[in-house]
Design a protein around this ligand. Structure first.
Ligand code: SAH
Length: 201
C-alpha cells in the first residue's frame, strides 16, 4: 500500500457509499413524512459531519497527489505506515457492508435526519437486533477508516470529530423521538440492545 493507493481506496469507498445511498434515498422518498424533529440544530450538525467525513478528506485528496503544487493541510502530515492503511481498507469494507445492511433493513423508514414517515415501522431485526444505531456504527467505522487511510492528522481525524459531534448531538434526541412514537415497544428494544457497539455502548 502507498499513500496514493490509500487515497484511491478512500475515493472508491465514497463512490460505493453513494451507490448504496442514492437508490435508498429514492425509495424512502416515496413514503410521506408524517412528523419531523428537524431544525437549525440538525442542519448544523449535518453540515459539521459532512465537513469532517467528506469535504476535508476530499479537498485533502484532491490536492495531495504526487504532482500537486499546493498541498492542503501539509503542515499536519504524519508518516505513512502501509500496515495501518491496509487495516483502514478492511475497516472501510466493513463500514460499507454494514451501511448496505442498514439501508436494506430500514427501507422506507430511513431518513437523512430525524423524521417519522407514514406507516413508520420500528425495525428491530437483522443488524438492528444487535445494536439500535447500526448506521451510526457504520459511520464510526468510516471515520476510523479515514484516520487509518489518510496520513494526515487533520484530514484523517476530521471524520471522528465531525461525525462525533453529529452522533452525540443527535442520538439522545433520536431515542426520545422513537420513544414518543413507539412507546414501550422502543423502551423494551432499548433495554435489550446497545447503541453502536454490542455489549459496550
Ligand atoms: N439511528 C439509526 C437510524 C439512522 S437514520 C441507525 O443508526 O441505524 C435516522 C432515521 O431512522 C430517523 O428518521 C428515525 O426516525 C429512524 N429510525 C431510527 N431507528 C429506527 C428503527 N429502529 N426503526 C425504524 N426507524 C428508525
Amino acid at each position: 500500500m502507498t499513500p496514493t493507493l490509500a487515497m484511491i481506496v478512500f475515493m472508491i469507498g465514497a463512490v460505493i457509499w453513494f451507490a448504496i445511498r442514492i437508490p435508498a434515498r429514492r425509495r424512502a422518498r416515496r413514503a410521506t413524512v408524517r412528523s419531523s424533529a428537524r431544525g437549525l440544530r440538525e442542519s448544523i450538525l449535518m453540515a459539521v459531519s459532512l465537513t469532517g467525513l467528506g469535504i476535508i478528506p476530499f479537498v485533502y485528496i484532491a490536492t495531495n497527489f504526487e504532482s500537486a503544487r499546493f498541498r492542503f493541510l501539509s503542515f499536519a502530515d504524519r508518516p505513512f505506515v502501509p500496515a495501518i492503511a491496509w487495516l483502514g481498507l478492511f475497516v472501510f469494507a466493513a463500514s460499507l457492508w454494514l451501511f448496505y445492511r442498514t439501508h436494506k433493513a430500514l427501507g422506507r423508514n430511513w431518513s437523512v435526519s430525524l423524521d417519522i414517515r407514514e406507516k413508520h415501522k420500528l425495525i428491530s431485526d437483522g443488524v438492528y437486533a444487535v445494536v439500535r444505531h447500526p448506521m451510526y456504527s457504520a459511520f464510526w467505522l468510516w471515520a476510523g477508516a479515514q484516520a487509518l487511510l489518510l496520513p494526515n492528522w487533520i484530514a484523517g481525524f476530521s471524520g471522528i470529530v465531525g461525525f462525533g459531534i453529529l452522533f452525540f448531538g443527535r442520538v439522545g434526541k433520536e431515542e426520545r423521538l422513537m420513544c414518543d412514537t413507539f412507546g414501550d415497544e422502543y423502551r423494551e428494544y432499548m433495554r435489550r440492545t446497545s447503541r453502536v457497539l454490542p455489549g459496550v455502548y
